[in-house]
Design a protein around this ligand. Sequence first.
Ligand code: ATP
Ligand code: MG
Length: 442
Amino acid sequence: MKSVFIGDVQSGAHDGAEVELKGWVKRTRGNNNLRFVVLRDSTGSIQCVVKRDTVGDEVFALLSEALIESSMILKGTVKVDERADGGHELAVLSGNVVGGVDPERPFPITESAMVAADGGETEFLLDNRHLYLRTSRMTTMLQIRSSAFGAIHGYFRDLDFVEYQAPNFVAGAVEGGSTLFEVPYFGRTAYLTQSWQLYAEAAMPALERLYTVAPSFRAEKSRTRRHLTEFWHAEMEVAWASNDEIMQHGEGVVRRIAATLLEERSDALESLGRDLNTVERYAESPYPRMRYDEAVETLQGMGVDIEWGQDLDYSKEKVLTQDFDVPHFLTHYPKVAKPFYHRVDPDDDAYVLCHDLLAPEGYGEIIGGGERTWSEEEILARIDEEGVPREPYQFYIDTRAYGGVPHGGFGLGVDRVIAWLAGADHIREVIPFPRDSRRVTP
Ligand code: ATP
Ligand code: MG
């Protein structure tokens, strides 16, 4: 292991002390007698000053020749220096290269390659994703991502929810057949799960309050900035809960994620150019609620071509949310627009008790949820009405035969929430190895 991290040195914890730094070369420059090696580790970077006179010819040659991303150990004295990046510098006393880089095969992700990639050559960065992870932008995203995951677990665990795991090989669809991934399964066909929900509902009478954070799989054919084929899904299910109460949890967990990022990652957010006041607004403001009908009227008033009964696709979400300054819930969609498990509104059977949470700044839907059809009679009627085969859902129907109760839950797209809060242009910026219809490598 190592005991001294560069971030601690830069925050002033080792001023004047002799330390041993272990890291990777970010860049290097200098002349025959003096080299400046910028060393980075997972916590930051620092300029290290190597003098031939101090370290001797052999070590000087070794450190001078080390290329970008060589790993090295440097011993030296920490100097406070206002002019240096981060306010500190290491005066190197000795050092050695641990893992070198072959000059025939230099690290491909150079500053100029990054600039070029911004101009559209992102395939290059995606092909080199295994190396791109080391860049400061990606490191920052991964740190933000970790805090977001921690916030989700923290939110639910603080409220005594039980973390519960569902299978990833399944027999039926949750979100419609068109995005199901088929998997050969010993002479039969299985599918990769689109959601944890149906299996969570089976455990609802056992655990009452349950959640997960797990991958879901959807064969999204069109590549968008908001869809992955493998994404991380935070889902929850609660017994005895109404649509309103479930929305309160949706709002609660999203605000908790925003608050946690401010607390743990404000420097990271700023380094990405994110305005902290915006994130603060998402952490502190209540999220208004709007019925589907009102949304349709608003859109029609804006000249958008939409008819009552249609689901709101992204093109409509984008227009609707353009004037929102915080996320808004859309509730009470028409029954015809939603799958069978959504509970029909007892006050008006043209609608279901559901909600989508739409994020501002063009990010669109981040949560989908609602109450579930909980009586056996109703679920059978809804399945038949939609022409869905009963057979793959037999276990799901069966759970209703033994003490059904009102319940509901939601699914939150974790990568989408992170992309939105970090202000990323594309969902694949926030996940280490993004998967879409064209890419399963590296
Ligand atoms: P969309 O209309 O945007 O495809 P959806 O209606 O299919 O979303 P749900 O089935 O309600 O989404 O899934 C719950 C949440 O999971 C969504 O609100 C979204 O945040 C996230 N999500 C859904 N599909 C994807 C995907 N392909 N990639 C990343 N996140 C997704
Ligand atoms: Mg979808």
